[in-house]
Design a protein around this ligand. Structure first.
Ligand code: RB5
Length: 149
């Protein structure tokens, strides 16, 4: 599985840790930046990763900013992307089981790097449940089609 990762300055440390953990776990990782701790703007990296997911360059993405919120707002502007903020193992699991999130957004200022990895690992380890959740995602996808056409 090929994963795209990205962060702003506030998520940099966590993104670096997650990139390392993903590689150790055998994932192929594409790092879309940022590449240092200098202040920068999260939408740049959110759009890079989200568009890579939408184009199929990577199978899924992980974004980290201070809260995860800005990254999630930006990523969800990209058609076909289902971004979810997760802050615990349980929300990580449910982001996949119920929402089939293809971009996980993590709060780099609120979680320690290893805690954030545990959340990402929980999301990666789950399967989408389908059923009633697929019906709900279809409603979102239909709205997205209408809104963008
Ligand atoms: C940067 O200071 C911070 O606003 C950003 O990382 C993020 O938390 C925005 O949602």
């Amino acid at each position: 599985m090929r994963l795209g990762v990205g962060s702003d300055h506030a998520g940099f440390k966590v993104k670096e840790h997650i990139r390392e953990r993903l590689s150790q776990a055998g994932y192929e990782v594409v790092d879309y930046g940022t590449h240092g701790p200098e202040s920068t703007d999260y939408p740049i990296y959110a759009f890079r990763v989200a568009e890579a997911v939408a184009r199929g360059e990577v199978d899924a993405g992980i974004l980290v900013c201070g809260t995860g919120i800005g990254m999630c707002i930006a990523a969800n502007k990209v058609r076909g992307v289902r971004g979810a903020v997760a802050w615990s193992v349980e929300t990580g699991r449910l982001a996949k089981r119920h929402n089939n999130a293809n971009v996980l957004c993590l709060p780099g200022r609120l979680l320690e790097p290893e805690e954030a990895w545990r959340v990402a690992e929980a999301w990666l380890g789950e399967e989408f449940e389908g059923g009633r959740h697929a019906r709900r995602l279809a409603l979102i996808a239909r709205h997205e089609e209408d809104a963008f056409c």
